[in-house]
Design a protein around this ligand. Structure first.
Ligand SMILES: O=C(O)[C@@H](O)[C@@H](O)[C@H](O)C(=O)CO
Length: 421
């Protein structure tokens, strides 16, 4: 069994931080995956660092799980949030096929707040990275939606300041990925993620970034902008869905204009209320990434089979949350969920920290802040010498429960996407 590029087919990424989730992912695809291709091995460098798993382990766990569950279809493999050539080497070596370049360290996150004089002076120091600047200034780009993207001097200069170095980094990573695969005679595909920025990606920024990547020869099949609203980890979309739908339509029109690539939704876990808007506005050219939600479903298995361990994990998560949440977009505070000692009923604790599908309105996803406390603390929990093996042991003792909760959970995700296709 090996992984392949999935091209422009609609796709869904099932990240798994423990290595035991793939049978449940496969079962959800059997129930509701028609027309959507799966990515079972998917892990970011950040997750591998936090869980101390290697790229080889991630690949083996996912492929062994898919084989054991009888999966016969295609499988993509996402080497997620790659920042350096070393990240490419370790993931390419074990057969990943979908390489997500994350140049966010080179994005000037403060650029949106600079006044005009600051933008001009910063531009002087980045213009060597943004040789493209003159070719865009003054252009007006018409989209099929009727919108015109005006590439004014101000918009282009700010884009150069904010993304000049990041685009250069993305292109050099793209070249490296290409070389590694050409040398090995293997096929591959690339996603570019600029989702982890504070401000939403403007249409002008999206156009320039993607156009530059394509002109630079990048094999871009997917691009993850930072969408409007709040896309926090582990909970449903927060924001105005009508405005989001219009904005998704504009971003999809940029992708179509430039020749076609998928729009990718990161932090896709539990964003059920926006799924049909994404699949509809992209006309099926989408990719969705989830990861933390499978870890939370693992903890649901713990809650149901080992109450004492579940309580211990929450206490431990609460003690580590304020440190572990760095680099994740979350808003939960410790005060937003009760301490386990104050909740005697385990179902009530599951409700506060995981939530119950039976209590969520149709077409919506989970919203409880307690989820984020557990979501961000996966690395500390899974590498703890007592808790990590204890979680694994519960999952290994109750594979049917884990498969069933995951299958139910992702069937809801996949059906929501299909509603817009
Ligand atoms: O936690 C991580 O590092 C990754 O799973 C994510 O950021 C990933 O790209 C994602 O968005 C999954 O929902």
């Amino acid at each position: 069994m090996s992984c392949v590029p999935l091209g422009l087919a609609p796709s869904f990424g099932f990240g798994d931080r423990i290595g035991l989730a793939t049978p449940g992912h496969v079962e959800s695809m059997n129930r509701a995956g028609s027309g959507i291709e799966p990515i079972y091995p998917q892990q970011s460098i950040r997750e591998m660092t936090r869980t101390q798993r290697t790229a080889q382990q991630v690949m083996d766990d996912a492929l062994n799980g898919a084989k054991a569950a009888g999966w016969k279809g295609k499988i993509g493999a996402d080497a997620d949030h790659l920042k350096t050539p070393d990240d490419v080497d370790v993931t390419a070596a074990v057969g990943f096929t979908f390489f997500t370049i994350d140049p966010s360290d080179d994005v000037d996150q403060a650029a949106d707040d600079y006044d005009e004089a600051t933008v001009r002076s910063k531009f002087e120091s980045v213009k060597d990275f943004a040789g493209w600047y003159d070719s865009y200034v003054g252009k007006s780009v018409g989209l099929a939606t009727g919108t015109k993207i005006e590439l004014t001097e101000a918009a282009c200069m700010r884009a150069a300041v904010k993304y000049g170095k990041a685009i250069a980094r993305a292109l050099s990573m793209g070249d490296y990925i290409k070389k590694v695969h050409e040398d090995a005679g293997k096929d591959y595909e690339i996603e570019l993620s600029v989702d982890e920025t504070e401000q939403p990606t403007t249409l002008a920024e999206h156009y320039i970034i993607a156009d530059q990547c394509l002109k630079g020869g990048m094999k871009l099949v997917s691009l993850a902008p930072r969408f409007i609203g709040d896309l926090e980890k582990g909970v449903d979309y927060k924001g105005d869905l009508t405005a989001l739908e219009a904005s998704l339509g504009e971003h999809a029109a940029v992708a179509t204009l430039l020749g076609g690539y998928k729009l990718s939704l990161h932090s896709g876990s539990d964003k059920v209320s926006m799924y049909s808007l994404l699949s509809k506005q992209t006309k099926g050219q989408f990719h969705v990434k989830t990861a933390g939600t499978s870890y939370l479903e693992a903890l649901r298995v713990v809650a149901r089979h080992d109450e004492a361990l579940f309580r211990q994990i929450i206490d431990f998560g609460r003690a580590h949350y304020d440190v572990d949440k760095a680099t994740y977009h979350v808003s939960a505070t410790l005060a937003s969920a009760p301490a386990p000692a104050d909740v005697s009923d385990v179902l009530e604790l599951e409700r506060e920290y995981l939530e119950l599908w039976s209590e969520v309105p149709e077409g919506k996803g989970f919203t409880k802040p307690g989820r984020q406390i557990l979501h961000c603390t996966f690395g500390s929990t899974l590498t703890d010498p007592t808790l990590g093996p204890a979680v694994r042991s519960v999952l290994e003792s109750h594979p049917d429960t884990y498969t069933e909760v995951l299958a139910d959970h992702f069937e809801r995700h996949l059906r929501a996407l299909q509603a817009g296709m």
